[in-house]
Write a new protein. Structure first.
Length: 102
């Protein structure tokens, strides 16, 4: 069953510098992961009705199954991305794994 890793990044202090690191350093590491079927990156524009949001960016990375996801995360590039996440993710950022049901 298809699974996805969803990463929600809260707002960084310096969005311009953070975006540059994300696109030039972090995502090239993720691009080396084997087994990725699709990646979606979305910039958060706000909450419903234009309400403010504490989030800056949402990344969804799709895999054929949980074994493929775990293999990617356990690879050298997966560990490198994890270290980079820990150093660059603003406080309150999170990751979840979910199965696609529809």
């Amino acid at each position: 069953m298809t699974v996805k890793l969803t990463v929600v990044y809260t707002k960084p202090d310096d969005a311009e510098a953070w975006d540059k690191h994300y696109s030039e350093v972090h995502m090239p590491i993720v691009d080396r992961w084997a087994g990725v079927e699709r990646v979606e990156v979305a910039r958060v524009s706000g909450g419903p009705g234009g309400s403010p949001s504490a989030n800056h960016l949402i990344t969804e990375i799709y895999f054929a199954d949980e074994a493929a996801l775990n293999a990617a995360l356990g690879s050298d590039a997966g560990r490198e991305a994890g270290k980079d996440f820990m150093s660059m993710a603003p406080a309150g950022s999170s990751m979840t794994v979910s199965e696609i049901v529809k």
